[in-house]
Write a protein that binds this ligand. Sequence first.
Ligand SMILES: [Fe+2]
Length: 237
Amino acid sequence: MGVLQPVERDIWTIDGDKVHMFGVVPFTTRMTVIRLASGGLWVHSPVEPSKERKRAVDALGQVRHIVAPNKIHSLGIASWRALYPSATVWASPGFSRRHPDVAIDQILINGVTADWSAEISHCVVEGHAVLDEVVFLHKTSRTAIFTDLIQKHYAGGETWFWRGVKSLAGILGENGGVPLDVKLSVRHKAAFQRSLGTIFGWDFENLVLAHGHCLRGGAKEDVSRAFRWIIEKATLD
Ligand SMILES: [Fe+2]
């Protein structure tokens, strides 16, 4: 299997190394690369840039944008910035407070227009006490990109212990969804629902996740299922 996994035209994913959240919880990692109409590349949640990964990305075009989609995903931001110093680094609203040592150029807030906005929509999911996730839509491929808000960890390669924990947290396998701890830490329900309303207004059928199973086709129904605990079914239909 090559480094680049094609999702659709002009969008690829690259799997990174396994990491351990808080030093213990095993997470597989994944970055997403979109080739813009200009030929420049938009890189989401970069994993550590091995020689092989860098070569694969360079073959697609010039890295113009590097995106930190929430304050947790700082993994490869500084390394990619060092490799592509002319690229613009975009970060979630809370990123710099958590990572003051990682240089960024622009903060992603709702309503801000970027030079990639004609091709990629973004929505900062508001109303959450901990997570400041920015969700994206690659319009031409009809692909939604989530980072930690939806997780579907692979069961294979996990110990029975972590399979059990992830199953209880609602993030194991293709039926995974919003992690239990995220569900329990919504601070302003109405604001959270409003953000989800924006996302459900998007036209998408594919789903790319940073952790676990992605989906080709049927993504809107799947994402609706993932948020049914907080969104009325009538709102989703
Ligand atoms: Fe994550």
